[in-house]
Structures are given as C-alpha cells and as structure tokens.
Design a protein around this ligand. Structure first.
Ligand SMILES: Nc1ncnc2c1ncn2[C@@H]1O[C@H](COP(=O)(O)OP(=O)(O)O)[C@@H](O)[C@H]1O
Ligand SMILES: [Mg+2]
Length: 468
C-alpha cells in the first residue's frame, strides 16, 4: 500500500466497473482517424459524423487536461446515438481513465439522498493513480520441495530454489507460500515474481532454457528469458482506483463486499474527509496523482433543481471530473421549479456545457447499424428482411427496429429456419404492436414528440404533476 492506514485495492477494480451496455455492446470507440475525422463506419459507429468528431475533440481536451470545470451536453432526438457516443468516448478513453455512468432517474430510486447519490457518482469518476515501490523476488524456479509431514498434519512447508543468470538462492516456504505456489501451479522451469509484502505469486512464463523439455505444452505457453541480476528487486507499480472505491473499502460499516454487491449505502462524511486528506498527502509526497475521469448522466432532464445546483457547485471543485450529460428534451420545465429552460437545464449550468447535437439517421445509416447489430447478436438475416426492418426503423424508431432483431430471430428459430426472413420480421412487428411490450414501447417513445414546441402552460411530460 502507499504507506498508510487508508486501504486501496487494485484487484477488485475490474469487478466493480460493471457497465450497463447490452444495447451498445457493438460500440468499441468513436471510429475516428488520426485527424479526428469520423470514418463512415468504424469501431461499430455509423454516420453521425459531426457529433462523433466533436466528441473526439472533447476527448483530446480531456486527455490534455484542458476541460476542467466544464462539461458536454449531447442533445438530440431519441435513438440518434447520444448514449452510443458517450459509450464510444468511454471506450476510447481506455481503462486508465475512470468513466462512471448513470441515468438521472436513478437518483430518485436509490435508498440514499440525492446529494449522496451524486457525490458517489462524482467520486466514481475521479481516479487516483497510485505509484508504489514494492520488493519482488523475480527469477526462474529451479526446484520446489514440499515436505510431507509424517504426523498427518495438513500444514505444509518446503523449500524453493530460484535463480537468475547470476545467482541462485534457496528460500524456506511457509504454509501460505506453499499454497500460493500450488494455486498458481508453479513448476520448475517457470519464471515467477513474488511480491514480498503480500506474498502474491505471479507466473511470468516458462524459461526459454526449458522450451525443449516438454512437447506437451500448449501453444499458449509464453516463453521468457531467465531474469538477470539480483533475485530481489525494487519495482514501481502503478494502478488507478477511484475515490469511490477507496471510500467504500474504508467505510467501516460496509467494507469490501459492498463493492461487489453494488449496494454501498451512504458513506459518512468523516470517511471521505479522511480519505481526501490522505490522497492530498500522497500527492504531495509524489506517491499519487489525480486522474479526472468522466461522469456521464443520461436523461439529464430528469434531475431536479437541487441536483443541478449540486452539479454547478461540484464542477467548481479542484478535483472535478468532466461532466457529460445527454437529453432528448427541447424547451421544458426544470424539475422542481415553475421555470422553463432549454433541455430542462438551468441556464447557469447550460453556460458551462459545450453542446453537441445529434440528428436523425437516413435509411442507409439505419441499415448499416442494423447490419452491425445482426452481426453482434449472431443473427443471420436475409437481405429483403433487413430492408423491411430498415423501413420499420425509419418509420418507428431505431431502437424499436433493433429490438425486433431478437424477436424475429426467435420466431425464425421456432420454425427451425437458420435465416430470418421477411415473414419473421413482419410477425415480430405484429406481435410487438399487440402485446404489452408494445404499449411499453409507445410510452417510452412518446418522447419523440418532445422536440415540438408545445403551447405555453403544457408541461412536456416529466411524468409528474405541475407544481406551479
Ligand atoms: N451512430 C451509431 N452507430 C452505431 N450504433 C448506433 C449509432 N447510433 C445509435 N446506435 C445504436 O442504436 C441504439 C439507439 O441509440 P442510443 O444511443 O441509445 O440513442 P439515444 O441515446 O440518442 O436515445 C443503440 O443500440 C445504439 O448503440
Ligand atoms: Mg440514450
């Protein structure tokens, strides 16, 4: 650890970053070339070139650390790729930059206060890059000897002989080390690293010297050189954890397991203060840097005035992440007030946002997106069926057409056909209109009309009663 009682854990990071993608699993980036121009079809992205290019410019600013205290608004009709572009940005940023995403409405359903939910979201989007010096023993295993105690006790001990090109040493093994080596299935001829502080064993590969010993080794076996120099080395390791992860791990009432369950509850202010102080100390000592990440809030018009003023204030913070928000609303009432505003966002916050707008797709683009989704879902579809689906997409919505892919493919499977034909798509289309799911669909897509200016006094359907 970076030398303190504040705990961090890099290993659990991957598990906590559960992305809610599914519908966007085909998006692998923004699909831009080196000059930041959007390629027609690339990394799962199709068309919407201007918006993708703009998103790419924002990414460059993020990477260069030049966008602190500001944010981005993705505005456009439903199904025009706003969420897809945000996902593309996340992918393009890579694992070393935290990206937290949430739908604004989650704030009202979590069992915690709105400000706590937003604070957690912000802290999920702020990374701490921690540099640690660790002592490792790195070398080629010459021999492992495990003692079999005659008394029948289970505790095993043993000896491990390791070498570099220059030296050879015998280490005594305790129970824990024997277990760690067995767990990694370490054998003579492996090149391994042992972290002295934690006892963690990492297999780096097979020694080249042993490459001819076994014919039976699989093609995945990685061969490495026997290390040179001393067996014991100092190594610098770097990992990025989020402030939220550090919060949770150090929260006495919750601890580790809460991160897996995703059920973190409220975190006490003292815990955060302690962690912020510690991180500041690490920064001063050069042990850690802050990595501002991205906080993406989808359907941002669902936030209310209290949340908006929280965002305004939070963006002033020295440690603020980049805020990316998306909405499909036009001029609408700001929740919790009687006032209307573009996108339902207060003017003072809007003022901080760079606006990227997305526009509806033409049929060729719809067709290409549907092609990509078919491939993504492993669905074989005939050309004329795809044409029909494209027409449906143009007349209803892209998302609806994407939903029909799965439905049509199930129908095709039921008649034992390998390829989805026109009849399957049209059957799925009828089913969808008739059953409850289609009702749900209509409710969801009434948003489509939200861009129309409604007469004064008519609320644009935030789903709540007028308060004014
Ligand atoms: N330009 C695009 N390229 C590839 N897929 C897209 C594109 N735009 C939208 N999609 C896909 O279409 C579906 C609907 O788009 P989405 O991003 O959810 O729209 P929005 O957030 O604007 O309502 C998603 O599955 C999304 O991944
Ligand atoms: Mg969306």
């Amino acid at each position: 650890m970076a030398g303190s009682n504040v705990r961090v854990a890099a290993e659990i990071k991957d598990l906590t970053r559960i992305e809610r993608i599914g519908a966007h699993s085909h998006i692998r980036g923004l699909g831009l070339d080196d000059a930041l121009e959007a390629r027609k079809v690339s990394q799962g992205m199709v068309g919407q070139k201007e918006a993708r290019k703009a998103a790419g410019v924002i990414l460059t600013m993020i990477r260069e650390g030049r966008i602190a205290g500001r944010g981005v608004l993705l505005a456009g009709q439903p199904g025009t790729g706003k969420t897809a572009i945000a996902m593309g940005m996340a992918k393009a940023l890579g694992d070393a930059t935290p990206f937290a995403m949430m739908a604004a409405s989650e704030i009202f359903s979590l069992e915690m206060s709105k400000t706590e939910a937003l604070t957690q979201a912000f802290r999920k989007a702020i990374g701490v890059r921690i540099k640690e010096e660790t002592e490792v023993i790195e070398g080629e295993v010459v021999e492992i000897e495990i003692d079999r105690p005659a008394t029948g006790s289970v505790a095993k001990t043993g000896k491990l002989t390791m070498k570099t090109t220059e030296m050879e040493t015998i280490y005594d093994l305790g129970v824990k080390m024997v277990e760690a080596l067995q767990k990694e299935k370490v054998q003579a001829g492996d090149v391994i690293a042992i972290d002295k502080a934690s006892g963690k064993v990492t297999r780096l590969g097979r020694s080249f010297a042993r490459s001819r010993d076994y014919d039976a080794m699989g093609p995945t076996t990685k061969f490495v050189q026997c290390p040179e120099g001393e067996l014991q080395k100092r190594k610098e390791v770097v990992h990025v954890v989020t402030l939220h992860e550090i919060d949770v791990i150090n929260s006495r009432t919750q601890g580790f397991l809460a991160l897996f369950a995703g059920d973190t509850g409220e975190i006490r202010a003292e815990v955060r203060e302690q962690i912020d102080a510690k991180v500041a100390e690490w920064r001063e000592e050069g042990k850690a840097d802050i990595v501002p990440g991205v906080l993406f809030i989808d359907e941002v018009h669902m936030l209310d005035i209290e949340c908006f003023s929280f965002l305004n204030r939070a963006l002033e913070n020295e440690l603020a992440p980049i805020l990316v928000v998306a909405t499909n609303r036009g001029i609408t009432r700001i929740r919790g007030t009687a006032y209307r505003s573009p996108h339902g966002i207060p003017i003072d916050l809007l003022d901080r946002l760079l606006i990227i707008s997305t526009s509806p797709y033409e049929e060729p683009e719809l067709r290409t997106i549907l092609d990509i989704r078919c491939e993504e879902e492993d669905v074989e579809m005939a050309d004329d069926a795809k044409e029909l689906l494209t027409k449906i997409g143009a007349e209803t919505s892209l998302r609806y057409a994407i939903h029909l892919i799965t439905a049509a493919s199930l129908i095709a499977t039921r008649r034992k056909a390998a390829t989805v034909e026109v009849e399957d798509v049209s059957k799925a289309y009828q089913l969808f209109i008739d059953v409850r799911r289609s009702t749900q669909f209509l409710i969801e897509y009434q948003d489509q009309y939200m861009f129309n200016e409604l007469p004064e006094g008519v609320d644009q359907g935030n789903g709540e009663a007028m308060e004014a």
